[in-house]
Write a protein that binds this ligand. Structure first.
Ligand code: MN
Length: 483
């Protein structure tokens, strides 16, 4: 299904590309040995070079270079054997050097692509390039009435800027793109992908056009740090541009900010051109050379990537495309699933994971990995459903309380007294008592009023206080009524 913005003059197509800044998961910074730990005392993780001290020289961190190469390979991209670090000159209080070391004309990674899942099937999204650069520090404005504060702990941390082609056409596609990219980065371990902590953030370029026309003027929305906000920002921004154009005005090329409380974007500054930054090769850093052997080695060490895992899940466990996609989004979830499914029916396991467990996690607002829930805990409960000890419904009812308790699944249901009645004789007794009490209805049923079957089942379940095994009730009831 195509996505359009409906204006007074008809449909407008929305064109988007993303610049994702991914903080490289590394113990130390791109050009210094300072720690990159999150949440440290302000300005406690700063080497001379990170604070722009005269005479302090940058030294490239090979581990970070390797992560960029690995990321490039995972995105089917060309690795450039020679790349150049440049100075991007601008002033900002959180940028003590007065320039950012980045890559301009010759980035370490060239063009590649990734695949996203859309309603019309798989879609290839082009990656333009990935370059390495330093992060800036942080300005803190809300601690003091008179002053703003600067924390340089983040200054000099390694970033990969991953730039996409303008291939994205709807907020949903952009969401899928970010999810897939995050899944790949997490899978290979080059970035934590934690958007709340800002180690994955996106600049979103949005323009609109009438179908068949050339690309319109774009606005760039800076530093959006959740998929939901990215989508809200696109919705607002595309409508704003359509309204301008339909009223005979022009879209000005701008850098804009998204305000999550108001759900709107507003102008931050006129968009600068690259020549404004006076890029030039950093004289402190030689060209970055990557050997063929290194690229081969990284290629061989690559883990099973999300797309490959997804295909395997579909083949091996007979999963639906949609379910497989969700499971491979998170490496931890994928292996949790494989633990569970090893000796159980995949349909039941998928449903318990993606419905019950995921809504529990959403309610608690935590990731599976942080939740400390073990696959055995879930597996033991599923087993009690499979062997008929409790019904699916009973299991769902106790699920949340059970996860919060230290008891084993069996102890838990015994303590709660919710064991399902699966004893044939006991169930026959219950049914006979119900049929005795409703003799007239039994007659009606036998005369052809088959709808009454559900009524009998309901009565039996009520009599058993919900504990009777429903499958068995159905079977035995059918037998008894046909006599
Ligand atoms: Mn950048």
């Amino acid at each position: 299904m195509k996505y359009f913005v409906e204006g007074n003059t008809g449909k407008w197509e929305v064109v988007m590309c993303l610049e994702v800044h991914a903080q490289i998961k590394s113990k130390s910074k791109l050009f210094s040995e300072a720690s990159t730990n999150w949440g440290g005392e302000p300005n406690s993780q700063v080497e001379l070079v990170d604070s722009g001290m005269p005479g302090a020289l940058p030294v490239i961190n090979e581990y970070c270079v390797d992560q960029a190469i690995k990321t490039g390979i995972s995105l089917n991209a060309k690795i450039n054997k020679k790349s150049i670090f440049d100075r991007k000159n601008y002033f900002y209080p959180d940028l003590p050097q007065g320039y950012q070391i980045s890559q301009f004309e010759f980035p370490i990674v060239g063009s590649g692509h990734l695949n996203i899942e859309t309603e019309d099937g798989e879609k290839k999204i082009g990656i333009t390039r990935i370059h390495l650069e330093q992060d800036a520090g942080k300005s803190i404005h809300d601690q003091d009435d008179k002053f703003s504060l600067i924390d340089l702990n983040r200054s000099g941390c390694a970033l990969m800027e991953i730039v996409s082609e303008p291939d994205l056409r709807s907020p949903e596609e952009v969401g899928q793109y970010v999810k897939k990219l995050r899944a790949i980065l997490r899978c290979i371990g080059s970035c934590d992908g934690n958007m709340e902590r800002g180690n994955l953030r996106a600049d979103v370029n949005v323009s609109v056009r009438k179908i068949g026309e050339e690309l319109g003027t774009r606005c760039e929305i800076k530093n959006v740090n959740s998929i939901k906000f990215i989508q809200q920002a696109i919705n607002f921004e595309s409508k704003r541009q359509v309204e301008l154009l339909e009223n005979g005005k022009k879209v000005e090329q701008q850098t804009r900010l998204f305000d999550p409380t108001k759900g709107e974007t507003r102008s931050m500054r006129g968009k600068e051109e690259s020549h404004d930054y006076r890029y030039f090769p950093d004289p402190d850093l030689p060209p970055l050379i990557v050997s063929e052997e290194k690229i081969k080695k990284m290629q061989n060490e690559l883990p099973e990537l999300p797309d490959k895992k997804k295909k395997r899940f579909i083949d091996q466990y007979n999963l639906k495309n949609y379910d497989a996609e969700i499971l491979v989004e998170d490496q931890f979830v994928a292996s949790f699933f494989e633990d569970l499914v090893s000796n159980r029916d995949s349909k039941i396991v998928v449903s318990w994971l993606t419905v019950e467990l995921f809504s529990y996690l959403k309610k608690k607002d935590i990731q599976l990995e942080e939740s400390n829930i073990k696959s055995k805990k879930i597996g033991d409960l599923i087993d009690l459903v499979i062997d008929g000890s409790i019904s699916n419904r009973q299991a769902k009812e106790i699920f949340e309380e059970y996860l919060g308790s230290d008891l084993s699944a069996l102890d838990f249901i015994n303590t709660k007294g919710i064991k399902q009645v699966s004893d044939q004789t006991e169930i026959e007794c219950l049914i006979n008592s119900v049929l005795q009490k409703n003799k007239e209805m039994v007659e009606d049923y036998k005369k052809g009023k088959e709808k009454l079957f559900g009524f009998f089942v309901g009565q039996v379940m009520k009599e058993s206080k919900g504990k009777a095994n429903p499958q068995l009730v159905n079977k035995v009831l059918k037998d008894l009524l046909s006599k």
